[in-house]
Design a protein around this ligand. Structure first.
Ligand SMILES: *Cc1c(COP(=O)(O)O)cnc(C)c1O
Length: 392
């Protein structure tokens, strides 16, 4: 089931791949878009063999073009695997850790992934070592185990959620290889247009397709991408047996959203940079976390491994939790909501979630910059900052 080159020439740029990947063959009167196939089972006679569709939990033709497009974008040689959510993909990836094994994970990993790992640790399935992922020495010590068992899996997320710490992906992937640990990289924040973890040494890339890839806040979906046939077979088996599969409509919507990925990412990144610079100069803001700023501790590393700096930025509001809440409530254009990566700009105070680690400041707001006009976004922030200043 290797990836057949599509009918388009090789060496297309990623912006073009997002538009052309997974199209039906060009035949007279063929549809330009792949259809949605609603069928729970498939006609078959004789022995079921590998690659047969057989049943709707194993495969669906609507998944194929999306799976092909995602792996082309990440530079993988095998089709990706879509899951019912990003966390379903996390669950499949964590299943690769042997019982009694060791997982090394950033302490500011996506909250759901961290909770899942902690719960599995509490059950005695494996040992969890959380680290400051921006600190190479810290991560390497956790990988080698310093006298204890070496790691079986390194989980990478960069920039992290919500602290936007930047991991040294090349060095950490090499260090993981040296101890025989598998590397899984959650690339949700960056998208394959900005960061390519497989090229940097990761074995598996994970996406919450819910976010930038689908891009319109109307789908929950996840994906795993790898070029390793053995790993892919194991993960495909896990998906077939555990059953967290994508609905055909969601898969279709995600591919539809993916077509405009490059334009959305480009606009959102530009606006995020503009807003980060202005917020950094504002006296209502204590601190801006954004790897795009020269002063950010992750700036040089981000430049060395990313094409741009993404469009998530965080601010610590002067005046603490009350001022941060007042700012959010005064906004008219920005939507107060969790999630990120959609066309609309979202903002949230992360510590409003009970599970958020204490190391995330109470006055920290996470901003997911959308594709609206940047001056409209700024004007709204600026009036809300003035309002929040009144609450200090
Ligand atoms: C949202 C998110 C997830 C989980 O994805 P769902 O689609 O919500 O299940 C995982 N990792 C990151 C970085 C995310 O932002």
């Amino acid at each position: 089931m290797s990836l057949e080159p599509s009918s388009h020439p090789d060496q297309l740029s990623p912006e073009t791949v997002a538009v052309v990947a997974g199209r039906p063959a060009r035949e007279h009167d063929a549809a330009v878009n792949p259809p949605i196939v609603l069928s729970s089972t498939y006609v078959g006679t004789g022995q079921v063999v590998d690659g047969d569709r057989a049943y709707g939990r194993y495969s669906n033709p609507t998944w194929d073009p999306l799976e092909e497009a995602l792996s082309e974008l990440e530079g993988a040689t095998l089709p990706s695997l879509v899951f019912s959510s990003g966390l379903a993909a996390v669950s499949a990836a964590l299943s690769l850790i042997p019982v009694g094994g060791v997982l090394v994970m950033p302490r500011h990993s996506y909250q759901g992934a961290l909770v899942m790992a902690q719960e599995q640790t509490a059950k005695g399935l494996f040992t969890l070592r959380t680290v400051d992922i921006a600190n190479n020495d810290d991560v390497i010590a956790a990988l080698t185990g310093a006298g204890e068992k070496a790691a079986d899996m390194l989980w990478l997320e960069s920039p992290t959620n919500p602290m936007l710490e930047v991991a040294d992906l090349r060095v950490l992937c090499r260090s993981a290889k040296a101890v025989g640990a598998l590397v899984v990289t959650d690339n949700t924040f960056s998208t394959p247009l900005v960061q390519k973890p497989l090229e940097l040494g990761s074995d598996i890339v994970l996406h919450s397709v819910t976010k930038y890839l689908a891009g319109h806040s109307d789908v929950i979906l996840g994906a795993l991408i790898t070029s390793d046939g053995e790993l892919r077979r194991t993960l495909l088996h896990y998906r077939s047996i555990h059953g967290a599969i994508a609905g055909p409509f969601e898969a279709w919507l995600a591919l539809r959203g993916l077509r405009t990925l490059a334009l959305r990412v480009e606009r959102a990144q530009d606006s995020a940079m503009t807003l980060a610079k202005r917020l950094d100069l504002h006296d209502g803001v204590e601190k801006v976390l954004f790897p795009g700023l020269d002063s950010d501790p992750g700036h040089e590393r981000a430049k060395a491994q990313m094409l741009g700096f993404g469009s998530i930025l965080c601010v610590q509001v002067a005046g603490g939790e009350a001022a941060a809440n007042a700012l959010v409530e005064a906004l008219r254009l920005w939507t107060p909501a969790t999630s990120l990566g959609g066309v609309e700009s979202l903002i949230e105070r992360r510590r409003r979630h009970a599970n958020e680690p204490d190391s995330v400041p109470v006055n920290l707001l996470r901003l997911s910059v959308g594709i609206e006009n940047v001056e409209d976004l700024w004007n709204d922030l600026s009036q809300a900052l003035a309002h929040a200043a009144g609450k200090r």
